[in-house]
Design a protein around this ligand. Structure first.
Ligand code: CUA
Length: 342
């Protein structure tokens, strides 16, 4: 089904009409001034054309009133564009609460997606209608860009970091998914679809596609295999590294002063480049895991750490355990980090 204006793609997300309204406003203003200026131009060319070969035009003196008018009007128009545009922008980039999370890895030339419940997809994303969906995205190679025209949203997918975007689909259907950043030979073939389903159909789809374990469970296994627990003991033992339970989403005090929010990006960076933002009270003893874990595995580790909010039922009061960290002296005195890594 097409939208009511044939050249505009279908509109199927909670904010797509806001983007359209802004777009039509910008187009309207542009069209209005294009017509006004070219119309006036043509009128003046005819009205004030030279009628005799020796005609001399009347000199024009300045006019403060005129100057003020044509400064103030464009200023006001430009500010409406700015304020309106900023409000649409913040609306789209403010992360929603209680969203379904989907992990996205772009690579030349495909989209790999995994739901928090474990289902994996390639070049297809199934989502329920009327639920907020948040994508946590990264790339294995070059910059890609996740673009769903019907949702009026897109975001770069960048190697070495996480970017996020969210949407709430408002209409069941199948919508185009494009890569919107030139990424090599088959960039144009890096396409897929977002399939928006009624909640009941979506639940059926989920239960019919159990497949692999959840990212959090896979992350937990990795956490054991890589020996993370020997320093970041889930329940405070270990102690050479900060406890991770309940850390996600909190403000972390850094050894270098200042704080950082423990979001997905921070967790990822701390696994790849542990010394970049050391937690206050800990020594720089953690080895890097660069090259030892794939982007998929990094996401699993991050998903596992995220799942450690208060350990489900038993709440081990995360902040005190992080604050009651061992002295830096003790941390530095034990230079054998993560024994089970090679
Ligand atoms: Cu990926 Cu273009």
């Amino acid at each position: 089904m097409q939208s009511w204006i044939p050249i505009v793609p279908e509109s199927a997300s909670s904010f797509s009409w806001k983007v359209d309204a802004l777009y039509f406003y910008l187009s309207g203003v542009t069209l209005f001034f294009t017509l006004l200026i070219s119309g006036t131009l043509i009128f003046f060319v005819i009205r004030y054309r030279r009628r005799t070969p020796y005609e001399i035009p009347r000199p024009v003196a300045g006019s403060h009133k005129l100057e003020t008018v044509w400064t103030v009007i464009p200023f006001v128009i430009a500010m409406t564009m700015f304020v309106w545009g900023a409000s649409v922008f913040f609306d789209q980039y403010k992360p929603p609460q209680n969203a379904i999370e989907v992990y996205v890895v772009g690579k030349q030339w495909m989209w790999k997606l995994q739901h928090a419940t474990g289902q994996r997809e390639i070049n297809e994303l199934h989502v329920p209608v009327g639920r907020k969906v948040r994508l946590i995205m990264t790339s294995e190679d070059v910059i890609h860009d996740f673009f769903v025209p019907a949702f009026r949203t897109k975001a770069d997918v960048v190697p070495g970091r996480y970017t996020t975007m969210w949407f709430e689909a408002t209409k069941p259907g199948t919508y185009h998914l494009f890569c919107a950043e030139y990424c090599g030979m088959n960039h144009s073939g890096m396409i897929g679809s977002v399939i928006v389903m009624e909640p009941r159909d979506f639940d059926n789809w989920l239960s019919g596609n159990v497949g692999s374990m959840t990212p959090a469970t896979a992350g937990q296994q990795l956490y054991q295999t890589l020996g993370c627990a020997s320093c970041h003991g889930g329940s405070g033992e270990g102690g050479r590294g900060p406890a991770l339970t309940g850390t996600f989403g909190t403000q972390i005090s850094l050894a270098s002063g200042g704080t950082v929010t423990a979001d997905e990006g921070y967790l990822r960076e701390s696994i790849i480049n542990p010394q970049a933002k050391l937690v206050a009270g800990f020594g720089p003893i953690m080895p890097t895991f660069q090259g030892q874990v794939s982007e998929d595995q990094l996401m699993q580790l991050v998903a596992y750490i995220k799942s450690l909010h208060g350990a489900g039922t038993t709440t081990p009061a995360p902040t005190p355990s992080a604050a009651a960290s061992p002295s830096p002296a003790r941390a530095v005195a034990s230079p054998a980090p993560a024994p089970s890594i090679r």
